[in-house]
Write a protein that binds this ligand. Structure first.
Ligand code: PLP
Length: 387
């Protein structure tokens, strides 16, 4: 495999060289906390103690970096652990962060409830409004935090433009790429400094593992954040790293099906009785459609729908779906439905990031689309009748 190999070739092969001693096509899961030394300090391939490094984790990190043609990737025990290590690696008390107004609720909570108390301030802005972004910048601002498509309203922001604005002010520009994945969107190529993933979602892809990752090119920044992980300890375990590696191999084919299914469901919902608005960047009616088409290769598997019947109708619709399972999280092969204002986004109720109460979010899986459409149709009809 070479650097110029295609995306899926890299996804399947990077870091996944067959085992040297046995020829096992799949590299073994290295279940060990420590490594034998050949004399004091005589490390084999740099491995010493599992918090500093584990070969299964290294294999995943090589694979993650290869997905974006990046120099470095660091695998963490969760997406938020990755965010925490990045922020603590980069920021000091007195610093300031500018963050979008519909970023992942947990990212906002981390800044508002944890970092605030350690002397790091933040300003919430509409990332689609460059004047707002520029107006929020202070001398102490160190990080610009971008998420696109956003969660749950699927707002699209211009990564290349924000990277330019951020760099002009000397900021580290971070993009949370969890919704799009590197299969659909490559923020580093668009100018971002660091990509954050909750690998719990599409990269893991099967709703069976929690994990996170940072992907970046800058050597100095990489050293800082890797040291933070080593010193503070939020590493992924070998079994979790293995599961994530296994899943990444099918990422591109999964994203193709997720996107195709979501597009059909979005088109089906748009304009239907009981539906106020569909939030899906693949719809021409979506205000970010053209931008999404230019910076993403497909539109992904996430969509939200606002119902005309308000909170009641939204709750009913969410509870009446049967193929879609009512659960938090997203990005798995199975379709999930979530009622953001009481579930994933309960922590931002009453803040600038609050989600309208008539909105339901769908994570469209890879099932047969006809079954998904029938489920949505039935739930919507029954919701409308009950009113
Ligand atoms: C889930 C999620 C996170 C947090 O990841 P965890 O693995 O749950 O810690 C961050 N950003 C986005 C967009 C997410 O969906």
């Amino acid at each position: 495999m070479s650097q110029s190999s295609g995306f899926s070739t890299r996804a399947v092969h990077a870091g996944q060289t067959p085992d040297q001693s046995t020829g096992a096509v799949i590299p073994p899961i290295h279940v060990t906390s420590t490594h034998m030394q050949d004399g004091i300090g005589g490390l084999r391939n740099g491995y010493e103690y599992g918090r500093a490094g584990n070969p299964t984790r290294t294999a995943l990190e090589q694979q993650l970096a290869a997905l974006e043609g990046a120099s470095h990737a660091i695998s963490f025990s969760s997406g938020l652990a990755a965010e925490d290590a990045l922020l603590r690696g980069v920021l000091r008390p007195g610093d300031h962060v500018v963050i979008g107004n519909d970023v992942y609720g947990g990212t906002y909570r981390l800044l508002a409830k944890i970092f605030e108390a350690w002397g790091v301030a933040h300003t919430v802005v509409d990332l689609g409004n460059l004047r707002d972004v520029q107006g929020a910048l202070r001398d102490e601002t160190k990080v610009l935090w971008v998420e696109t498509p956003s969660n749950p309203l699927m707002k699209i922001t211009d990564i290349a433009e924000l990277a330019e604005v951020g760099h002009a002010a000397g900021l580290v520009v971070v993009v949370d790429n969890t919704f799009a994945t590197p299969a659909l969107q490559q923020p580093l190529a668009l100018g971002a400094d660091v990509v954050v993933h909750s690998t719990t979602k599409y990269l893991g892809g099967h709703s069976d593992v929690i994990g996170g990752a940072l992907v970046l090119n800058d050597d100095e920044l990489h050293e800082k954040v890797r040291f933070m992980q080593f010193a503070a300890g939020a590493v992924s375990g070998p079994f979790d790293a293995y599961l994530t590696s296994r899943s990444i191999k099918t990422l591109d084919v999964r994203m193709e099906r997720h996107s195709a299914n979501a597009q059909k469901i979005a088109e089906f919902l748009e304009g239907r009785a009981g539906v106020e608005r569909v939030y899906y960047p693949g719809l021409e009616s979506h205000p970010g459609h053209a931008l999404a088409a230019s910076q993403m290769s497909r539109f992904g598997g996430m969509l939200s729908v606002a119902l005309t019947g308000g909170e009641k109708a939204a709750r009913r619709f969410a509870e009446r779906l049967t193929v879609f399972t009512l659960a938090e999280s997203l990005g798995g092969v199975e379709s999930l439905v979530n009622y953001p204002s009481e579930m994933t986004h309960a922590s931002v109720k009453g803040t600038a990031l609050a989600v309208p109460e008539n909105v339901v979010r769908l994570s469209v899986g890879i099932e047969d689309v006809d079954d998904l459409l029938a489920d949505v149709d039935a739930a919507l009809s029954r919701t409308a009748k009950k009113r």
